[in-house]
Design a protein around this ligand. Structure first.
Ligand code: AMP
Ligand code: FES
Ligand code: ZN
Length: 312
């Protein structure tokens, strides 16, 4: 099998693009896909300061690497969730990449340690508030990502969500007809109000498999295992189902998700979308000042419950 572009020996086959690439041409393809995503969704420019949320997994480390190679100014934030060995190993991967690649280029790795800042690891916090670990984790991560971006005055906050993540999320939202979530599911969410950072997903045009290949070919060492709390999560089932469809009919994932984005773009010209209605309802949390649709934001509610003896 030879590279579709330069005809030397190919390193990876991409059925959904009817192509195969050698390492160099594959890197070119990945960089092009990210550049297209950034441009078509008006994510950011060369002068913007970007904060990448890095977990130690393949997607976010690849994202940090790609943005730096494309010449963007990107620092990163790692949230240490305090999940024993898993968090320790994922932090090692982030630290190693930062020390080797980003810090020598003059970029910074910020860290937020949940055990220190919130007073307990994510599993203990979830038990205290009687909520599933993953949803407690989601609330804390979303809050801390936004807070770090605002406090350090970044123009935009980027996460490593890929095509598989976005297609699986879309499938879940469609299966349950969660229209309010459908409205808010996009690769570029504007900084709607003061205190809310702009959020982007520059990897939405690339699959999990392509990002794993990018890391291996470019010697980016990442944590392979999933978070131990994610076992049995619905999203993993949706990904499995989509992968089966993809094997039978290459391109299914991208047709599904990009088709949704096309429809969403057309709808945006309609008078008031649900997301705009939500924005109109935003106000400052009476405890911490961050934007919320309630009087007290979900993070502050969670922290109050975690600290109230009655909830233990
Ligand atoms: P996940 O929800 O685990 O699929 O992660 C989606 C994206 O969120 C990743 O690609 C990262 O950009 C970001 N992320 C997840 N966990 C962390 C973490 N502990 N610290 C920083 N960023 C994270
Ligand atoms: Fe949040 Fe696993 S990453 S609970
Ligand atoms: Zn708050």
């Amino acid at each position: 099998m030879n590279c579709t572009k330069c005809k030397t020996k190919a390193a990876i086959k991409l059925p959904r693009h009817h192509a195969a690439f050698c390492k160099n041409c594959f890197n070119g393809f990945v960089h092009d896909q990210v550049a297209k995503a950034i441009k078509s969704q008006k994510m950011f420019g060369k002068d913007d300061r970007i904060l990448v949320a890095v977990s130690g997994g393949k997607d976010s480390l690849a994202l940090w690497d790609i943005l730096l190679k494309l010449g963007y100014k990107a620092d990163a934030l790692y949230v240490n969730l305090g999940i024993g060995n898993y968090s320790e190993r994922s932090y090692e991967k982030v630290r190693d990449f930062a020390d080797r690649v980003s810090v020598p280029l003059g970029f910074t790795l910020h860290t937020h340690t949940v055990e220190q800042e919130e007073g307990a690891g994510i599993r203990e916090l979830a038990q205290l508030v009687h909520r599933p670990t993953c949803s407690t984790c989601g609330t804390i991560k979303r809050y801390q990502f936004n807070r770090a971006a605002i406090e350090h005055e970044y123009d935009v906050m980027a996460t490593g969500h890929n095509l598989d993540d976005e297609a699986a999320r879309l499938l879940g939202n469609v299966l349950h007809w969660q229209e309010e979530y459908l409205d808010k599911q996009g690769p570029s969410l504007p900084a709607s109000v003061e205190g809310f950072a702009k959020k982007v997903k520059p990897l939405y045009r690339l699959t999990e498999r392509e990002l794993a290949a990018y890391c291996v070919l470019n010697k980016i060492d990442y944590i392979v295992e999933e978070c131990p709390m994610a076992q049995g999560a619905r999203s993993l089932l949706y990904k499995e189902v989509l992968n089966r469809l993809e094997t039978e009919s290459p391109g299914t994932k991208q047709t599904f998700y990009w088709g949704f984005l096309d429809k969403q773009r057309k709808k945006e010209s309609a008078p008031t979308t649900m997301a705009q209605k939500d924005q109109a309802m935003l106000r400052s949390c009476t405890t911490c000042g961050q934007p919320t649709t309630a009087e007290v934001c979900s993070y502050c509610k969670l922290m109050v419950r975690a600290k109230t003896p009655a909830s233990r």
